[in-house]
Write a protein that binds this ligand. Structure first.
Ligand SMILES: [Zn+2]
Length: 222
């Protein structure tokens, strides 16, 4: 059962990975003190689980930094090209810029950091950055409006860099907190609840507008 889950999802929360020999160690209820494969300690003297971050934090942090910087530069070039193209065909390119920003800010720049996070930290950072990235990316949709699309030739790359830079800084901040074993902050949990409520309100608003438009159309067609 565990074998199957691991092969499907690529990640199994009932396993811990030995930071020494990189094999998965089943730990359904409680991780063992020593790795059954290489025999080295899975817990430190304080009883905390030994993680990749404890082994070589500086190298992991620097590698992630270089990778994200490279991806941010490449993404900015792509966004500039798409924004210039949006000056000619706004309806086609504005949604592409939206999608491009979401892909760069989350899977390409944030996700490599989140792989080192605990489950609760991963959930909170994922949803907070998701709310932020989608709100910011919706600015690019304005580029589909004729007239506004000229302004967004300049504005879209700036919004892109601000969004990706902010989510990157947020995940870098939490990599340090994960290493220091500092928990998710209270204000983040509050923001998460507020964000979820806003999303629900927006969804309810869209459904109401849809119903009103539908009603109006059926009234006029009679
Ligand atoms: Zn091991």
């Amino acid at each position: 059962m565990i074998e199957r889950k691991r092969s499907v999802a690529g990640y199994d929360p009932t396993n811990v990975r030995c930071p020494h020999c990189m094999t998965d160690v089943p730990s359904l209820l409680r991780a063992p003190d020593e790795c059954p494969h290489c025999g080295r300690a899975l817990k430190d003297s304080a009883g905390h689980r030994v993680r990749d971050l404890d082994q070589d934090f500086g190298t992991i942090r620097d590698q992630l930094h270089e990778q994200s910087l490279r991806r941010l530069k490449q993404g900015t070039i792509v966004c500039v090209v798409l924004s210039l193209a949006n000056g000619f065909a706004p309806v086609v390119f504005a949604p592409l810029i939206f999608i491009q920003q979401v892909i760069w800010a989350r899977p390409l720049i944030s996700a490599p950091y989140a792989r080192h996070f605990s489950t609760s930290r991963r959930i909170v950072t994922r949803w907070l950055s998701r709310f932020f990235v989608f709100s910011m990316a919706s600015i690019h949709v304005g580029g589909a409006v004729p007239g506004v699309h000229f302004a967004l030739v300049i504005a879209s790359p700036i919004v892109f860099v601000l969004t990706c830079g902010t989510t990157w800084a947020y995940h870098r901040f939490h990599l340090q907190r994960e290493h220091d074993r500092e928990p998710v902050m209270f204000v983040e949990k509050v923001l998460l609840v507020v964000g979820a409520l806003c999303a629900l309100l927006a969804l309810a608003g869209m459904i109401l507008i849809g119903m009103a438009v539908g009603g109006a159309i059926s009234m006029f067609s009679k």
